[in-house]
Ligand binder design. Structure first.
Ligand SMILES: CC(C)(COP(=O)(O)OP(=O)(O)OC[C@H]1O[C@@H](n2cnc3c(N)ncnc32)[C@H](O)[C@@H]1OP(=O)(O)O)[C@@H](O)C(=O)NCCC(=O)NCCS
Length: 151
């Protein structure tokens, strides 16, 4: 497996934000025939976002977001890594950076709704499953998961 050199950071310029949302849409919405715009929600403005950038070509190859539901609870959403870049540690680094941001800003608990295919990924990163949640588009089962921040 060829090594991928990448870094994970906040999107900054307009073109980086465009590439960030494009990546989110291509991985999490397009395969289910969802229109452009369906990859965004009302928390984007106040959330913290990161993207993984491939050093070779500058492509955005992974994204993730975290926002606060309350002063103590943060929620991870829109974690996605391009298929060809998976299993290189990109998703883990995105998640770690989102968690570090939330902890620094007072989170005592982090929650998320995991797609069934990502359940094991989160279990191995300290999240506990609270059981089945919604079924996105009637096709993608999700599980409610939480991680308590230890001091
Ligand atoms: C879930 C997802 C974000 C994980 O991203 P990723 O970049 O593959 O994550 P990582 O590479 O950090 O970890 C995946 C596995 O690869 C392993 N891995 C990491 N680097 C590796 C390497 N160099 N060689 C081999 N395996 C490696 C990790 O250990 C991990 O396995 P583990 O869970 O058994 O520990 C990605 O699979 C994805 O985008 N899925 C589709 C969209 C989706 O479902 N998103 C979640 C919505 S809730």
């Amino acid at each position: 497996m060829a090594e991928i050199i990448f870094d994970v950071r906040k999107p900054e310029s307009d073109s980086e934000w465009q590439a960030y949302f494009q990546c989110r849409w291509e991985i999490l919405r397009e395969p289910w025939d969802q229109p452009k715009g369906s990859e965004k929600d009302e928390h984007d403005a106040d959330a913290y976002h990161v993207m993984a950038v491939d050093h070779d070509n500058g492509d955005v190859i992974g994204v993730g977001r975290i926002h606060f539901n309350s002063p103590a609870e943060a929620q991870v959403r829109y974690m996605a890594v391009k298929e060809e870049a998976r299993k290189h540690g990109i998703g883990s680094l995105i998640l770690t950076q989102l968690e570090q941001y939330a902890i620094k800003h007072g989170a005592k608990k982090i929650m998320l709704y995991a797609r069934e295919n990502a359940l094991d990924f989160y279990l191995r990163r300290g999240y506990f499953s609270q059981g089945p949640a919604h079924n996105l588009y009637g096709k993608i089962p999700h599980f409610s998961m939480t991680k308590t921040i230890e001091k």
